[in-house]
Design a protein around this ligand. Structure first.
Ligand SMILES: *Cc1c(COP(=O)(O)O)cnc(C)c1O
Length: 321
């Protein structure tokens, strides 16, 4: 099976009712309370800066993460891209990891659209980049090389929360050589919960942080980028350029304000060729999982219960017996 599995939907699975869906935390749907908050949201034209609900969400996230400003965007990909294009210009370079989302899963937008190079490093078992590797990847000021400008880290990565001390060692190494720092915090609050630190503690080592509201929380869409006034003003321009400026978008921001978080991930290592039969067997019981190999991801979120997890565990044991 390809190392780049497709994320296509259920087209090959004609099975009946889905009881619980463990493929991703992006499958969560807004509950009645969230839909009500969306219906009642006070709105304005956010391109004019007139949407009070968007402003409220941005202010809340900026405060929570201890930064000056924030910007609401339609997706995490666009949020990361606006950040990268705000930090880096053509001919400059981002140091990140091979498996991190910005390099592996965002169609390399910073290179395609911004002329920004990537230097991807191998990622450690714990999802981190080593300070030593980061330092070694920074190029000297020499016209043979791109200009190393930005370090992008990810937390959580692959369901693992990278400890704060490891994060700080990496950002310190980058800063010592004049780089700025961005965190892809798609599941930022999962990391905060797992590490038992505050949101501002985890955000402090970074100039900008991107947080997804559409993972595990039932929120239909939206990410927030936080940082200094200056960087967020630049990201605002990039968002316009990318077509991400939206009008009465308080309807979506209201969902983000309502969201609470309930997620984590377990990875199953399966023998060769077992992923698809397992997926089919579970699907018969209304339990949806992904079928990637050598590891498949089981994702918890607000729409799966303890009983679903128990049913899944039984189903896996029975199918593999
Ligand atoms: C989901 C995700 C993103 C953003 O994805 P979108 O689908 O564009 O919202 C970015 N980074 C990581 C690690 C993610 O899991």
């Amino acid at each position: 099976m390809s190392a780049y599995p497709s994320q296509a939907g259920l087209k090959d699975q004609k099975h009946t009712l889905i009881i619980a869906d463990f493929r991703s935390d992006t499958l969560t749907k807004p509950c009645a309370g969230m839909r009500a908050a969306m219906a009642q949201a006070e709105v304005g034209d956010d391109v004019y800066g007139d949407d009070p609900t968007v402003k409220k969400l941005e202010a809340r996230l900026a405060e929570l993460l201890g930064k000056e400003a924030a910007l609401f965007l339609p997706s995490g990909t666009q949020s990361n891209l606006c950040a990268m294009l705000s930090h880096c210009g053509r001919g400059e370079e981002i140091i990140t990891a091979l498996g991190y989302h910005v390099f592996a899963h965002e169609a390399q937008g910073a290179s395609v659209l911004g002329g920004v190079a990537f230097h991807p490093l191998p990622v450690g078992q714990d999802g981190s980049l080593s300070a030593k590797d980061i330092s070694a990847a920074v190029k000297p000021d020499d016209n043979h090389f791109p200009i190393s400008r930005l370090l992008v880290l990810e937390n959580t990565n692959g369901g693992k929360a990278v400890p704060l001390e490891t994060i700080k060692a990496g950002t310190k190494a980058a800063r010592a050589q004049g780089l700025s720092t961005h965190l892809d915090g798609a599941r930022f609050f999962n990391a905060v919960t797992a590490l038992g630190c505050s949101a501002s503690d985890l955000a402090a080592p970074f100039d900008t942080v991107s947080v997804c509201l559409s993972k595990g929380l039932g929120t239909p869409a939206g990410s927030v980028l936080v940082g200094s006034q200056q960087l967020i003003a630049r990201a605002h321009r990039q968002r316009k350029l990318l077509g991400g400026a939206m009008r009465q978008v308080g309807i979506l921001a209201a969902a983000g304000l309502k969201a609470q978080q309930h997620t984590s991930m377990v990875f199953l290592s399966l023998p060769d060729g077992k992923a698809q039969p397992l997926q089919a067997a579970l699907s018969e019981q209304g339990l949806q999982i992904s079928a990637s190999e050598p590891q498949t991801r089981i994702v918890m979120h607000k729409d799966v219960s303890q009983a679903h997890v128990e049913a899944l565990a039984k189903g896996i044991i029975a199918a593999l017996a």
